[in-house]
Design a protein around this ligand. Structure first.
Ligand code: SF4
Ligand code: SF4
Length: 350
């Protein structure tokens, strides 16, 4: 079986939330973009061409905005179904009903991902009143339709203390998968300790320690939630605690894991822009309307594969498995290859 290649495809910016930290609106943007049906067909042809050239199978993370608001949402899903393209929807809870969930399942939807960004008061402040309860209430509906429910949190200095409570809430709601990633500072904020979003490396490590204990306790109690250690700094944490060790056969010139940028994913925006990663600011590498995506992968995308240019990671024994999150480094310090601001490891010559 050919390996999967992940495309995060934003078909519209339309959304009935206006989250305070949403990257769509964070950098002084903009009018709502949305792809026409013809543009979607161009994009899908590019995806299929890319996968044909590189011997991969497409996996689509369909998102927006809220993708369900796009007028051709169901038509596109019918096409995925016809072509047996597996997909996950990253959206909001507001338009989900048992009928909508059944229709998603019928078309092959594997996972439905939503966000929880704090306990009720904080989450509803970030998003909109009622959003926290509605998100958790929709979990059963998604599970009952046979779709895997996924909750993601964006952690920052604003909500870091609420993450343990969120873990309790998602476990209680029978969420299938829970994970968190870190907030990427905007170009104005950078890594400014006076900003409310800022987190020290020590505070973040403490959070991982608390979460690790909670994950283990829930797993032991037979909780059905899978706690996905998505942030690559988990590798550092697990390395220190002995849960991860460097394989004896590992070769020094091979990248085994860590950040997928330049390895196994691309993002496409509603205006056709191709991004190395949606979370990395200014990572536009081309356009599905004017560039062949398969060519972009071996030209512009090479700028994201200079592993020896990582200022700190290049000297770290975990380079092949971690590299933190360069999107956070790039937001905080303006350089994809700069040190991850929450990495607490002391690396020689750092
Ligand atoms: S230096 Fe880089 S590779 Fe090493 S632990 Fe920190 S983020 Fe990970
Ligand atoms: S830059 Fe960060 S968000 Fe983007 S693929 Fe790498 S680790 Fe993931």
């Amino acid at each position: 079986m050919k390996p999967f290649f992940a495309f995060q495809w934003h078909i519209t910016d339309a959304c009935d939330q206006r989250c305070k930290h949403c990257y769509i609106f964070s950098e002084g943007q903009h009018a709502i973009d949305s792809m026409s049906w013809e543009d979607m067909m161009v994009t899908l042809a590019q995806i299929e061409d890319f996968c044909h050239i590189y011997g991969r199978r497409p996996y689509i993370y369909l998102t927006g905005g809220d993708p369900i608001l796009h007028p051709d949402f169901w038509r596109l899903l019918d096409l995925f179904n016809q072509k047996s393209i597996p997909f996950t929807i990253m959206g909001n809870p507001f338009h989900l009903t048992p009928e909508v969930c059944a229709a998603l399942k019928e078309r092959g939807c594997q996972k439905y991902q939503m966000s929880i960004d704090g306990l009720e008061k904080t989450h509803d402040w970030f998003r909109k009143p009622g959003s926290f309860r509605e998100t958790l209430q929709k979990i059963d509906m998604i599970n009952n339709a046979g779709i895997r429910s996924v909750i993601m949190t964006t952690v920052s200095g604003v909500n870091i203390k609420e993450i343990p409570g969120i873990i309790d809430a998602v476990a209680q709601a029978d969420v299938n998968v829970y994970a968190f990633s870190r907030y990427c500072p905007t170009s104005e904020e950078k890594a400014d300790p006076s900003n409310a979003n800022y987190m020290t490396p020590e505070a973040y490590r403490d959070l991982l320690s608390v979460c690790d204990a909670k994950f283990k306790a829930y797993e032991k109690a037979g909780c059905q939630t899978y706690f996905n250690k998505k942030d690559h700094l988990w590798t550092l944490y697990d390395y220190e605690t002995g849960a991860f060790s460097i394989p004896e056969q590992a070769r020094p010139d091979v990248i085994y894991g860590g950040c997928h940028c330049g390895d196994s994913h691309l993002t496409i925006l509603p205006n056709g822009d191709i991004y190395a990663c949606r979370r990395v600011q200014n990572s536009r590498v081309g356009s599905v309307y004017s560039d062949r995506m398969a060519d972009v992968w071996v030209s512009q995308m090479d700028n994201y594969r200079h592993f020896d240019r990582f200022q700190k990671c290049a000297k770290c024994e975990l380079k092949a498995w971690c590299r933190g999150c360069p999107a956070v480094a790039s937001g905080a310090r303006g350089d994809f290859y700069d040190a991850d601001p929450q990495c607490w490891k002391i690396v020689e010559d750092d």
